[in-house]
Design a protein around this ligand. Structure first.
Ligand SMILES: *Cc1c(COP(=O)(O)O)cnc(C)c1O
Length: 406
């Protein structure tokens, strides 16, 4: 079988929904999770089948929701490199530091994974257009994948969202609205438009079940790239939490399949101190978060004051004995420069936040010297010119380059 998808279930109230119909959230308001016939897959297959398949996230099609190969809408996303950061790791006292680098993926951020799977499945189920509010990267990815699938896209983003993401959406030919307000205002406008128009599905974060399945593949890839051995810690920059929830779902499915065993890696959610609702909830031992007033950070991908899936993020942290930690914009921007100058990787500020957090956790003794630590870089640094140092020494053509200093 191409996909072992069976149905959808609600992690909050347990309700079940058929997967053959277009679904949004549960009647109780919770996100829905895709379920697979894992015992059948375990009986009919093994993890060895992935070896030698194409280097994209579709190599895991049995664990993805698209039912037929010809319905896949792809730009070649996935199987991003897992690279050793030996020099930086030495500096941090974590010599076995690795980075899963999503900076090389189409559309410039890991949002491409969710968009590829979400758009493919939506088109397969007969959706003709998608609509979403966005802070930037998600709208860019969904608009571009919608264009590839021949679906229409209706996108609303704050007027102050990054120009590069606006340009990606506009280039994709989407219907784009720039809202004088924040993402919550965009959400209300989209919601009202979807109610008035036919054939549009609202695909904002966790309001449809399949984006999560695309992001889950980061977890599958990390494990396959480590030869199916488990790292000790996975550190993830957390906004809406789709990535960390997805990685946890991937780990849980692999355990149930019997394809990995042992102690699950501790999952660490990193946020910016200007918007840290998950960290505050974790520190209080809470199961849900409270909306963060006046959120702000240069790492716009994690500027999410209240995540719909907050209880799933916190659950992933508690179940793996992980934690949540906040770093300041100054710390994450310094880490962005440090990663580029020590390792040659120009990461996004969200990705840099994971390295700043590893420094904090190593200092507190919560990460040990022998730990295998995987940091997620969720996007390309070049999408964030406003956070990068571009200074240089100006010279006239008849000037002279001085001798080396010192
Ligand atoms: C959206 C985004 C995040 C946060 O992703 P979630 O999985 O929704 O928490 C992190 N980094 C970048 C670059 C993003 O665009």
């Amino acid at each position: 079988m191409f996909s072992y998808l069976t149905d959808l279930s609600c992690p909050r109230c347990g309700a079940r929904y058929p997967a053959e119909a277009i679904q949004g959230v549960c009647r109780c308001g919770s996100p829905l999770l895709a379920r697979y016939d894992l015992s059948r897959l375990a009986a009919e297959s093994s993890r060895a089948v992935f070896t030698g398949r194409e280097a994209s996230l579709w190599r895991y099609h049995e664990l993805l929701p698209v039912s037929r190969a010809e319905n896949i809408v792809s730009l070649g996303e996935g199987m991003t490199p897992l690279i050793a950061l030996a020099r930086l790791g030495e500096r941090l006292g974590v010599p076995r530091l690795l980075m899963k680098d999503e900076g090389t993926i189409p559309t410039g951020s890991f949002k491409a994974r969710g968009a590829a799977v979400g758009v493919s499945r939506a088109a397969e189920l007969g959706v003709r257009g998608i609509a979403m509010p966005t802070n930037g990267n998600a709208g860019a990815a969904w608009a571009l994948y919608a264009a590839r699938a021949g679906l229409s896209a209706l996108i609303a983003m704050p007027e102050l969202a990054p120009a590069i993401c606006r340009a990606e959406v506009a280039s994709a030919g989407a219907e784009l609205y720039l809202v004088r307000g924040h993402i919550g205002d965009c959400g209300r406008l989209i919601n009202a438009a979807v109610a008035r128009r036919d054939g549009l599905q609202e695909v904002s974060t966790l309001k449809e079940p399949y984006r999560l399945e695309g992001k889950k593949t980061m977890g599958l890839e990390i494990l396959e790239q480590l030869g199916w051995t488990l790292p000790d810690v996975i550190v993830y920059p957390t906004g809406g939490g789709v990535g960390i929830i997805g990685i946890h779902k991937a780990l849980t499915e692999l355990v149930e399949l019997g394809w990995i065993s042992g102690q699950l890696p501790r999952l660490v959610a990193v946020q910016a101190s200007g918007c840290a609702p998950i960290v505050r909830a974790f520190e209080a031992g809470a199961r849900e978060s409270s909306p963060w007033p006046d959120p702000h950070t240069a790492a716009f991908g994690i500027n999410v004051p209240k995540a719909l899936g907050d209880f799933l993020i916190l659950d992933a942290i508690y179940r793996t004995n992980g934690c949540a930690v906040a770093v300041s914009d100054a710390e994450l921007l310094a880490a962005q420069r440090e990663i580029a100058s020590t390792e040659g990787a120009l990461v996004c500020p969200e990705g840099a936040a994971t390295v700043a957090a590893i420094r904090v956790l190593r200092g507190r003794g919560e990460i040990g010297e022998d730990d295998v630590v995987v940091a997620l870089n969720t996007g390309a640094g070049v999408k964030y010119p406003q956070t990068l140092d571009a200074t240089g020494v100006l010279l006239e053509p008849d000037g002279e380059i001085p001798p080396p200093a010192g």
